[in-house]
Design a protein around this ligand. Structure first.
Ligand SMILES: Cc1ncc(COP(=O)(O)O)c(C=O)c1O
Length: 415
């Protein structure tokens, strides 16, 4: 394996080599040397349920003995679809292997339905390895390839228009040309630090989408941290499509997209049965029986209101702990909160745009913080300073982090 890792970006973990895991349960894991850690990364949300939640494992065990993938629906598919409707409001659902796939598919459908070429994304967004999203704004406000974008099939300016988060003037300008098929966005940014929407921003984006005949895709993959129905339920959003993956499978690869009845009818009218399998929407293992069994158990028994209230309480407590240290040492840092998630940046106030959040990053300092906390027995996501709580996280875990974070900040200030 190049770099000694099964996927290239895993070399980003701090230190000469990543920790190799022997076992993971609940909010903790043990490495192959026998060291144990409190896990605030939780598979970057893939294990927001805690590692190997009992109900999900029981469902997986049962399904594994009864057919893992058959390319036919199982009864769980209907149960999971109903559960997703109850949470997010959209009546119809399709299943994929990942959130990335869900985003790719709804982009294709949006182009099909509108006959338009462009996708609007938010500057510094992340929606998986989706070509249209690896674009950014240059200093002149033009859409250009994002740094690190390798092997782009075409110049991203041909497929994409980038807009700053919380910028309604920019959004209207991007839509006004009438060539935008869809807006793909997280309702709060979570992949460049946390950036929260201004009051009324999400409703105004929805209104602009409607005004210019553009479809609205809300990606709830990370923002489900605010509660069972994510920010869509919280803000009563009415997107045309909703995408999500990661946590809803309890760690088993899966993704899904929801749509309105109107969208489903329009797709049906445009897609021919004979060639439905070669249109760019697919995945042999999409909707496999194992992933649906794990989603059924995870949604109905693990990602529950009760568990969310525990996780959100601890998320608040984690951020309170970080804030108390920031103010004790008078650091020019800011901690943002998103339900069960907290994250600090190296700027004194909350960012309003992705650009501001990116400018408040410091890769070298982050590498130090991640390595130091790892040595102290805590895992944060390798990408930024984000922590997530699961149903098994305890107040003692949070307090231990606050103490370690305080000791680290004290050393940093003294150094
Ligand atoms: C908001 C969002 N959408 C989609 C994805 C893609 O998820 P996956 O890599 O599981 O396909 C991610 C991954 O970090 C994400 O943060």
């Amino acid at each position: 394996m190049p770099g000694g890792v099964p996927m290239s970006w895993m070399v980003k973990w701090p230190g000469a080599y990543p920790v190799y895991v022997a076992s993971a349960n609940g909010a903790k894991f043990t490495d192959v040397d026998g060291n144990s850690y409190i896990d605030f990364c939780l598979g970057d949300t893939g294990s927001m349920t805690g590692h190997s939640p009992a109900a999900t494992v029981a469902a997986i065990r049962e399904q594994a003995g009864n057919g893992i993938t058959v390319m036919l629906p199982t009864a769980d598919a209907a149960i999971v679809s109903r559960e997703l409707t109850n949470r997010f409001g959209l009546p119809l659902w399709q299943f994929t292997v990942s959130a990335t796939d869900a985003n790719r598919h709804v982009i294709r459908y949006s182009r099909l339905l509108t006959g338009r070429s462009k996708i609007v994304v938010i500057d510094r967004c992340y929606h998986g390895s989706v070509d249209e999203t690896f674009a950014t704004l240059d200093d002149a406000g033009d859409t250009v390839a994002r740094e690190g974008n390798i092997g782009a099939p075409v110049d991203p300016a041909l497929t994409t228009r980038v807009v700053e988060f919380n910028d309604l003037v920019g959004m209207e300008a991007a839509l006004a040309k009438g060539d935008v098929a869809a807006i793909l966005m997280e309702p709060a940014m979570t992949n460049v630090g946390i950036v929260l929407p201004n009051e009324g921003y999400l409703d105004a984006v929805a209104a602009l989408a409607k005004k210019y005949g553009t479809l609205l895709i809300i990606d709830e993959t990370h923002t489900i941290s605010v509660g069972t129905g994510g920010m869509t339920k919280f803000h009563n959003l009415k997107p045309d499509f909703l995408t999500i993956g990661k946590a809803i499978g309890g760690g088993i690869p899966t993704g899904t997209f929801g749509m309105t009845q109107e969208i489903a009818d329009a797709i049906k009218a445009k897609v021919e049965l004979e060639i439905i399998d070669t249109g760019g929407i697919g995945g042999t293992l999409a909707g496999n029986a194992l992933s649906l069994a794990s989603m059924r158990a995870t949604l109905t028994q693990v990602l529950t209101e009760e568990n969310f209230s525990h996780m959100i309480k601890l998320g608040t407590s984690w951020s309170d702990g970080v804030d108390s240290v920031i103010s004790e040492f008078n650091l020019p840092w800011h901690c943002s909160r998103l339900g069960a998630r907290g994250e600090y940046l190296f700027a004194g106030s909350a960012p309003v745009t992705g650009r501001q959040a990116a400018d408040a990053g410091d890769f070298e300092l982050e590498q130090y913080i991640h390595l130091r906390l790892l040595n102290d027995g805590f895992l944060l996501t390798p990408f930024h300073n984000m922590a997530l709580m699961c149903p098994d996280t305890t107040q003692a875990d949070v307090d231990a982090h606050t103490a370690a974070f305080r000791a680290m900040c004290k050393d940093l200030v003294e150094a």
